[in-house]
Structures are given as C-alpha cells and as structure tokens.
Design a protein around this ligand. Structure first.
Ligand SMILES: Cc1cc2nc3c(=O)[nH]c(=O)nc-3n(C[C@H](O)[C@H](O)[C@H](O)COP(=O)(O)O)c2cc1C
Length: 350
C-alpha cells in the first residue's frame, strides 16, 4: 500500500503546505464573550494541530462586526485587542511550519438582539428564521431588512476584518458564504425577497457574495482568499436546491468573474450523489479547474482517493480533528482514529 495521498506536501499559490490535510472551520465558543479576544487555550489548540502536521488550518468563524455574532464566545476581528490576540495564534502556527486562514462569518438573521449589542439582526429581507438561537435557546429575532447603505457598510466591515486578519499575521481569509448565514441568506430564494439589484433571479441574488469577494480580494489578494459555499443550511434541515447543477454553474460564473482561485464547497456527506449520479464535489469539478477543498464526513481513505482522482485538491476534516489532535500522526502510523463524541469533545479545548 502506497503512502496516503493526504500526507504529501503541496504548493497552493504562495502557500507551501506540509500536507493536503485542512482543518475545517469549527466554532468552539472559547473566546472571551465580552471582548471577542482569544487566549492561550486557543493558541495551544491550534498550535497542537499545526505541530501534528495539518497543512492548512481554517479558524472557527470570526465575526467582522458585533452584529454578525450568533452565539456565545465567538471571536472577532474588528478591534485592536482582537488583532493582537490572534497574532499569538498565527505566530504559533508559523513556528510549527503551518498555515492559517481566518474564517469571516456574519450570521445575518440567525441570531438575537441579546447577542448583537441590542440591535436587531441584519438580513436581506425581514423574514424570521424558525428555531432557536444556538446556546441562547430563544427563538430567532425578526431581522431588519438591510438598506443599500447597510449593505455598503457590511461590505466595509468585511474589508476591514480582512485587513485586520493580515495585520494579525494570517496567511489568508475564508469568506463564509455557506450554511444559511448572511451571505447565503442573500443567495437563497427563501430568505431574499428583495426587489432591488440584490434580489430577483439567482445571479442577482449572488450580487452580494460577488461584491464581498471583489472587495476582499482587492484588499488581500486572490491568492489569499477562499470562498465557502453550500446547498446545506444550518437552520433548514434537508433543504435542497431545485436544480443543483444550475446553482453550481451560477456560483462558478461569479467565482470566475471575481477571479477567486480556491473554493471550499461544503456538504455534510461527501459521497452522497446530488444530481445525475454525481456528488456535490464532482459536479463542482465539472465546471471548476481551480483549487477545491473537499469536506463532509471524510475519512482518510475516501479523501486520498478523491485527491488522486482529481475531484479535490485538499481535504478538510472537522469533527475527527476535534477528537484527534494527533490525526496526522495516527494516519502516518496506521493507528485507529478516536470517534467524535460531541457531549465530551466540545466541552474542552485540547
Ligand atoms: C462543532 C462544530 C462547529 C462548526 N463551526 C463551523 C463554523 O464556524 N464555520 C463553518 O463554516 N462550518 C462550521 N462547522 C462545519 C464544519 O466546518 C464541517 O463542514 C462539518 O463538520 C463537516 O465536516 P466533518 O464531517 O469532517 O466534521 C462546524 C462543525 C462542527 C462539528
């Protein structure tokens, strides 16, 4: 049996990655809830994964503004003290020869004014989500429809958070355009009922993601920007696109127009067929020649095979990396992986 493809180093633009293993972005709620700064526990948590040999770490979702916050203990990148606290993380990762990008995450309507400094949540249209806010356990608030001014303001917040990410020493940023959060609320016919240039048909609804990407790429460069997008929505279980291939084509048209190079299509089930006997990532690959990060209940064998077949270039692992801080060594040494147990593994940072 040959060496697992995941363990090979690779060059992605200017990033030299020790392995093709990516740590998927995962909210852990261990940041200071009042200041949005990260502490020594978080430095050590990420350092341990970089030391193990993870090629690229994508951080937990980081908010570009207080109104983007959807649960407790979420870090930010909008104050100097937040930037200084993240610098300790990026320095640790670089000392271990790793790379780290900051995931920028605005939850849009999926929150409550008790988390957003007393302001109503922001969204493309004033449509309340069903369900309860994460950990706060109160029904989602009715959001405020964003005016054209608000849209400009939020794009500026993304630019400023991306600039702060560079000041903090990150190797890049990932824009969270997936899972039913703010950007995806613009993308979707369910949450976007606007009649201006940000609403209407699919390409119009994608105007917001396009403008955010253009602005962030202008700020940090296309070699330092990743976009995450998905069909799945955290607040609407089982949500499906009526025509997955048409949706994917529209997203990729936008990605080509803005010149992005690395995309992170997100699904929870990598091997599931979504249309015409093809998986989500196979459909994306049909239209996209650039870098693809695969994800979704991957194991090392499935991931290695998908890289060898050319479906994806890098493979992201989420829950198994929480449960196994020594994931890379376990693969190298052929040791079994510990299975993830949310009730235990989410309680501590190790
Ligand atoms: C505890 C936890 C927190 C997560 N937080 C985020 C997040 O902040 N941003 C994001 O894009 N995805 C988030 N996800 C989704 C993961 O990035 C990943 O896509 C998902 O867990 C599927 O990968 P896996 O099957 O390897 O765990 C989270 C997942 C878990 C389990």
């Amino acid at each position: 049996m040959g060496k697992n493809e995941l363990l090979n180093p690779t060059q992605i633009g200017n990033w030299h990655l020790k392995t093709k293993i990516v740590m998927a972005p995962m909210t852990r709620s261990f940041a200071n809830n009042n200041t949005g700064t990260v502490g020594e526990d978080i430095v050590n948590y990420y350092r341990r994964r970089a030391k193990d040999g993870i090629g690229l770490i994508i951080t937990e979702g980081i908010i570009p503004s207080p109104r983007g916050k959807g649960t407790f203990g979420v870090p930010g990148l909008y104050t100097n003290s937040q930037v200084d606290s993240w610098r300790k993380v990026t320095e640790a990762i670089h000392e271990e020869g790793g790379k780290i990008v900051a995931q920028l995450w605005h939850v849009g309507r999926l929150t409550h004014r008790e988390l957003t400094g007393g302001f109503p949540p922001q969204a493309p249209s004033p449509i309340k989500a069903d369900g309860l806010v994460h950990r706060l356990r109160k029904p989602y608030d009715t959001p405020e429809e964003m005016s054209l001014e608000d849209i400009k303001e939020v794009i500026k917040e993304y630019i400023s958070a991306a600039r702060n990410a560079m000041k903090a020493g990150f190797d890049g940023v990932e824009i969270h355009g997936a899972h039913g959060y703010l950007i995806d609320q613009f993308n979707s016919e369910i949450t976007n009922k606007r009649t201006d240039e940000y609403g209407g048909d699919l390409l119009n609804r994608l105007s917001f993601i396009k403008e955010v990407l253009k602005a962030v790429i202008k700020e940090v460069g296309k070699d330092k920007t990743i976009i995450r997008f998905s069909e799945i929505k955290d607040d609407i279980p089982g949500y499906r696109w009526a025509n997955p291939e048409e949706n994917i084509k529209a997203f990729i048209q936008v990605f080509n127009e803005v010149g992005i190079q690395i995309i992170h299509p997100s699904t929870n089930h990598f091997t599931e067929k979504v249309s015409n006997d093809m998986t989500f990532h196979q459909l994306v690959r049909k239209y996209w020649d650039g870098i693809i990060i695969g994800v979704g209940n991957l194991n090392p064998e499935i991931a290695s095979k998908a890289i060898k077949e050319g479906t994806i270039d890098l493979a992201a692992f989420g829950r198994s990396l929480i449960a196994n801080p020594d994931f890379v060594h376990k693969i190298k040494e052929g040791r079994p992986l510990k299975s993830y147990q949310a009730a235990i593994d989410l309680k501590y940072l190790y």
